[in-house]
Design a protein around this ligand. Structure first.
Ligand SMILES: Cc1cc2nc3c(=O)[nH]c(=O)nc-3n(C[C@H](O)[C@H](O)[C@H](O)COP(=O)(O)OP(=O)(O)OC[C@H]3O[C@@H](n4cnc5c(N)ncnc54)[C@H](O)[C@@H]3O)c2cc1C
Length: 405
């Protein structure tokens, strides 16, 4: 039998589990990944719609910290990292036509509430109120982003601007999102700047130029076989259709990389996605840029729309004149494809009479886990938050800590 410290069992073969397993295997440890389903990758998945290979969930990664790019470099995918098309996302307000999101903002929090592109979304009254509120001295800061924005900039800015953007990025209302998860440097920046708008100015000035996210030519799902192949090359073992209900029976150090095992998770949230492949030349002009976020109360059920062929040049080429749009829903529509076509027409402002392919998938997003008790090692979304950048960085750190033990 190998030494216990040399042996690791990883429960869950999503990106979190695969990254930690690969790093441990690279150091010579004996690693087995147990995956409940018949395939690896979890929420990073591929599907085909009208013959096009598309991401079925995650389709980009945050470039901050360079962690994902470094991993992709190790996997030989560095030349396939691609930037999305430039330009602001758009917002579908409660009433009226879609508008481009304010250019100078962070998670929708404006650097200047009186800027024209902010006033157009929130209205004069709410903009003036935001300036008045944000001029007051900064006291103890609230815990959630929603409470912070409400306190410093008012309900109008929160509801009409910040909530749709935060929902689009985190699939959560700002009232549920801790300030530190929204942006780790935000609270300090508010204290240093003496205002929330001033904090946004500072953080934007400190951010590197260029897009905040990147993708992979061919789809982000390509990271999964690349990780799995490398894990195999390094001697790691993968067992599919191997659901683990009692991790204490596994060999060696157990790492939990699946939601709901380490600590009883609160019920997750379901997200439905409908992808449409359409023929419509008017979409060549990308009338809503790379896509829109939708304010609650707007006259569509969708919460966001991505115009994927406008966002990713590789996909535009692959689609050969067709267009790919993807809509996300918090509430499953009765007839998802029909609802998505109707919503896409409203949001994009064009008719879509020719739908050549459609797919409806849904995902459960885990709630954040309470910190697991005792010695349990956990990686993945429940502890690192949603998003590949944070999950990869956390999994790499966890592997390094384990190896240093
Ligand atoms: C619709 C959607 C779009 C997204 N878009 C983006 C994006 O563009 N950019 C971004 O960075 N992030 C995005 N995310 C978030 C990102 O995909 C996730 O945060 C990340 O993939 C989670 O990885 P994970 O390894 O923690 O968990 P998961 O991917 O959930 O993997 C967990 C794995 O554990 C397995 N498992 C569960 N229970 C057991 C068990 N008992 N035994 C064994 N195995 C088990 C599951 O089958 C699964 O394979 C998106 C998420 C969704 C839902």
């Amino acid at each position: 039998m190998p030494e216990r410290s040399d042996r690791y069992s990883v429960v869950g073969g999503g990106v979190g589990g695969l990254v930690v397993a690969r790093r441990l295997a690279a150091a010579g440890a004996r690693v087995t990944v147990f995956e409940a389903s018949d395939h690896l990758g979890g929420t990073v998945a591929r599907h085909e719609v009208a013959g096009l290979g598309l991401d079925a969930a995650a389709e980009s990664f945050a470039v901050r910290g360079g962690t994902v790019a470094a991993l992709l470099g190790e996997l030989g995918l560095q030349d396939d990292i691609v930037a999305p098309a430039p330009g602001p996302a758009w917002l579908q307000p409660v009433a009226g036509d879609a508008v481009p999101l304010p250019a100078t903002a962070l998670l929708g929090i404006p650097a200047d509430p009186l800027a024209d592109d902010v006033v157009r979304v929130v209205g004069h009254e709410a903009a003036a109120r935001a300036v008045e509120l944000d001029a007051r001295p900064v006291g103890a800061l609230p815990d959630t982003l929603g409470a912070l924005v409400r306190e410093r900039l008012g309900d109008g800015v929160l509801d009409r601007l910040v909530a749709p953007v935060v929902h689009g990025v985190h699939s959560q209302h700002p009232d549920e999102l801790p300030v530190t998860r929204a942006h780790p440097g935000l609270a300090d920046a508010v204290r240093a700047a003496g205002s929330l708008s001033g904090a946004v100015v500072r953080l934007r000035a400190a951010a590197p130029p260029g897009a905040a996210v990147a993708g992979i030519r061919g789809g982000v799902h390509r990271v999964v076989p690349a990780l799995a192949d490398d894990l195999g090359r390094l001697g790691g073992e993968v067992r599919l259709t191997a659901r683990v209900d009692d991790p204490s029976r596994l060999e060696g150090t157990v790492i939990i990389a699946a939601p709901g095992i380490a600590a009883p998770a609160a019920p997750g949230r379901r997200i439905d996605l409908v992808t449409l492949v359409v023929e419509q030349d008017e979409l060549d002009a990308a009338p809503r840029g790379t896509g829109l976020l939708v304010a609650a109360g707007a006259p569509v059920g969708a919460r966001a729309l991505t115009h994927a062929t406008a966002k990713w040049a590789w996909l535009r080429e692959a689609a050969a004149g067709r267009h790919v749009v993807r809509l996300s829903y918090d509430q499953t529509p009765g007839d998802p494809v029909a609802a998505a076509v109707a919503d896409a027409e409203t949001l994009l402002g064009v008719r879509l009479p020719v739908v050549v392919g459609a797919a409806h998938v849904w995902w459960m997003r885990p709630a954040a886990a309470s910190t697991p008790s005792g010695d349990v090692v956990v990686v993945g979304e429940t502890v690192a938050g949603s998003g590949l950048a944070g999950i990869v960085a956390h999994a790499e750190r966890t592997a390094a800590d384990l190896l240093a033990r």
